[in-house]
Design a protein. Structure first.
Length: 313
């Protein structure tokens, strides 16, 4: 079996790592058996191999050179898997900043339908604006378009996960594309993402009472060991319901916005029952009258949102 080499640059990379582009013939093409591809694990395995190869070389201490070699090899391997005729069940794309995905990888994904034809699990992890190489910034729409096409082309996708680095705010149609998977999709995991209008179509069909019930259940299953709780704006419409059913002895609470008396009253009630609360960080509460603000300050010390986050996280 041989690694498909498309340009002299790739040959140079392999030569620098003392990897022969022509491997011995194996009994069978093992890459065709590939069913699970986790790019962060692949990156880790490549790193271990490269460090072993460079153990007696001065290049081992050159972090930038070593990282570039790891990136290049990690980008070459998926091309090998794709072009070998493998069919994946699980795919985890990890948009970690040092791992610079090249446009050609996404292009190859789009041109080889068999590789992703039977996906059951798809995860997009650690997405942020700076994850994609700035050299291909103008191609970002094409990359998102490729991901959307991958989602829409599935017939048996059961689980989808997306995780931001910090709080992801823009999804570029990726979440909306899940609407095409209603016949098979069983679970969606969303982590470190801000609420976005793309989510609205998935809550519009759920009765408000059912959403309130889910928030109550969430508040009741939180462990008693929690001391710091960052509400941010993820549960903003149901903040009062969450607080009214939340009995954990917090020491610090961070909330993005107190925009009505109902939330303010729920916070006051929470503070009365929660004697352990020392500070509450608030980004803004401009819409409240001075009497409500004064009443709140009688029970808990209010500090600015960013100051609170920097001090206690």
């Amino acid at each position: 079996m041989s690694i498909p080499i498309h340009c002299e640059y790739e040959k140079i990379i392999l030569k620098e790592c003392r990897i022969n582009e022509e491997f011995s013939k194996t009994i069978f093409d093992y890459t065709k058996l590939l069913k699970v591809l986790d790019l962060i694990r692949l990156d880790g395995q490549v790193k271990k191999k490269i460090e072993l190869v460079l153990v007696n070389s001065n290049s081992l201490s050159d972090y930038r050179l070593k990282r570039n070699i790891i990136n290049d090899i990690t980008n070459l391997l998926p091309k090998l898997f794709i072009e070998s005729g493998a069919t994946l069940y699980n795919l985890d794309l990890y948009f970690l900043m040092p791992l610079k995905f090249k446009l050609e990888i996404f292009y190859t994904l789009g041109q080889n339908e068999q590789f992703l034809l039977q996906l059951q699990y798809l995860s997009l992890s650690r997405i942020e604006n700076d994850n994609i190489d700035t050299a291909i910034t103008c191609y970002k729409p094409q990359i998102y378009h490729a991901l959307i096409n991958v989602i829409k082309s599935q017939e048996q996708l059961e689980l989808f996960g997306i995780a931001g680095a910090g709080f992801l705010t823009e999804f570029h149609g990726i979440i909306s594309a899940l609407d095409s998977q209603t016949n098979s999709l069983q679970e969606v995991i969303i982590d470190s993402c801000a609420f976005n209008e793309e989510f609205e179509c998935y809550t519009d069909g759920i009765p408000d009472e059912e959403l309130k019930k889910l928030v109550m259940q969430f508040s009741e299953i939180l462990p008693l060991t929690v001391q710091y709780f960052d509400l941010d704006n993820c549960l903003e419409p149901y903040t009062d319901i969450l607080l009214n059913h939340y009995n954990v002895p917090l020491k610090k609470l961070l909330i993005y916005n107190i925009y009505n008396k109902k939330i303010a009253k729920a916070l006051i009630k929470f503070c009365i029952h929660n004697k352990t609360l020392n500070y509450m960080g608030v980004y803004e509460y401009l819409d409240l009258d001075n009497n409500i603000k004064k009443e709140m300050k009688a029970y808990v010390e209010l500090v600015l949102f960013e100051h609170h986050r920097q001090t206690f996280v």
